[in-house]
Design a protein around this ligand. Sequence first.
Ligand code: GRF
Length: 190
Amino acid sequence: KKIAILASGNGSNFEVIRQKIVDGELQAEIVLVFSDQPSAFVLERAKQHQLPYATFSPKEFASKAAYEQRLLELLVECEVDMLILAGYLRILGSDVIQAFPNKIINIHPSLLPEYPGLRSIERAYQDGQQVTGVTIHYVDEGLDTGPIIRQASLTIDPSESLAQLEERVHQLEHQLYPEALQQLLNKELN
Ligand code: GRF
């Protein structure tokens, strides 16, 4: 399967997915790394690994629809089968979603439907939750609302700092995302 990674920031999830592919544990080919943030570190990672990447920002376009149209063209040009969102901090428009039915996956650092949107780990921590986790889900037109594929939870230790919790949630993400993707890819191959 040809996959595109969409990311707005650091790209640590992209990095683990890439590594699993290199290790032969994930049967996929990264045909595009796209960022809506031209200065995102994920692009440096893509360059270092000599993977195809592209970036443009909605600010460069007259409308969100025009931005999405260009993105869609790019995805079609690259013959993408599946879109993997890894810290892509925008809501995808309906044209892109309809072009890839059941082929767009996102990761979110909470047990959805709890804590959708930004700063999910921080909000769960500040609310004094005892449990949080990670969700892998299909993307629809809402904010972190599509059908859930997999979840994993962890217990919040009341004595840990927010930074420690964030680190543990990210580690859980790095474990769960490649596993969930492998499961999905296997299902499609059978
Ligand atoms: C992750 O916590 C992901 O769940 C959220 O954004 C973060 C991206 O991290 N949507 P990275 O860019 O993969 O390091």
